[in-house]
Design a protein around this ligand. Structure first.
Ligand SMILES: [Fe+2]
Ligand SMILES: [Fe+2]
Length: 188
């Protein structure tokens, strides 16, 4: 269920509760059902906030590769990914979701260049294989962007899922493979 549907359901529930409270007070101002429903009404924003945050990714210390500027890049990527997910999930406007997607892709490319430069400068033995994974991802993202330009918003679900899984798996897997090698060469 996307957030747009969730917002609609919450709005309907709130409307219904307000009507029942009002009808309850018409019969008696001490009607316990009305007072209980007022309590329920106050709790709704808390549940809504929790469920809206459920598809947001949180940075975890275990994602660290032990190199400060790379960790900062990865944190920024997670932030941009979350912003893109919000834009896509709420389906607020085409301009907003397109801008969020472009920002995420641009920063991903910038980060790949920085990471590859760091590996190259330190003669990282698995550089070619790592670079190939970056290129593969960019090619896949380009295919998705073509699909987005063709289909619009409907193509974003696949893009969002792909980027979320790929980025977290890559940060927490492939990137960590260079940590020890680079740390031993004084890169922190
Ligand atoms: Fe990375
Ligand atoms: Fe990488």
């Amino acid at each position: 269920m996307n957030n747009r549907t969730k917002s609609f359901i919450y709005a309907m529930a709130i409307g219904l509760i307000i009507v029942i409270i009002f009808l309850g007070f018409l019969s008696s101002f001490t009607n316990p059902v009305s007072w209980l429903l007022i309590g329920a009404l106050l709790l709704i924003p808390i549940f809504y906030k929790k469920s809206a945050q459920s598809n947001q990714i949180q940075w975890k210390d275990e994602y660290s590769v032990g190199i400060t500027h790379i960790d900062q890049d990865h944190k920024k990527l997670i932030l941009l990914l979350n912003q893109f997910t919000v834009a896509y999930d709420h389906a607020m406007s085409e301009v907003f979701e397109k801008e969020a997607l472009e920002k995420l892709i641009d920063y991903t490319k910038y980060h790949f260049e920085r990471e590859e430069k760091m590996m190259r400068e330190n003669d990282y033995p698995d550089f070619i294989a790592h670079q190939a994974k970056h290129q593969e991802m960019i090619e896949q993202v380009n295919r998705f962007v073509d699909l987005y330009n063709e289909k619009g918003h409907d193509a974003l679900k696949d893009i969002s899922e792909y980027l979320t899984v790929w980025l977290i798996r890559h940060i927490n897997g492939t990137d960590k493979e260079y940590s020890q090698y680079l740390n031993e060469r004084g890169v922190h």
